[in-house]
Design a protein around this ligand. Structure first.
Ligand SMILES: [Zn+2]
Length: 122
């Protein structure tokens, strides 16, 4: 059974938020030699209070910490957004099993169900 439109929309927002933060982090690294003023202007579209917005933001911080390589993360997030568009988001790209809701909430960009992830990692 596919995810509902409301669920897809919710995950799309989570993914877009993650993507903005990952790419924002990359930008701030690249811009670190520049003045704080230009950095503040570049980030003005992202509310600074978002990190304190609640447990969702906290979970996303933890999610981002699991990602070593930001460009890999962006690829995973973009792939996940494509799956949202095509309506296949929430299903394992390896075995087509439905990915558990808990797993999607922790790793919204994951292409694999827990079983395949364990098999592919081992
Ligand atoms: Zn699977």
């Amino acid at each position: 059974m596919k995810l509902t439109k409301a669920e897809l929309k919710e995950y799309k927002n989570i993914l877009l938020n993650l993507r903005a933060r990952v790419s924002g982090d990359m930008t701030s690294l690249q811009d670190s030699a520049m003045s704080d003023q230009s950095l503040g202007a570049a980030n003005s579209s992202i509310p600074s209070h978002i990190a304190d917005a609640g447990s969702d933001a906290f979970d996303q911080d933890n999610t981002l910490r699991l990602i070593d390589n930001e460009s890999v993360a962006l690829n995973l997030i973009d792939d996940a957004l494509e799956r949202v568009k095509s309506g296949t988001f929430g299903f394992c790209t390896n075995c087509n099993a439905k990915i558990g809701k808990m797993r999607i909430q922790v790793l919204p960009y994951t292409p694999y169900c827990i079983k395949c992830a364990n098999e592919l990692e081992s």
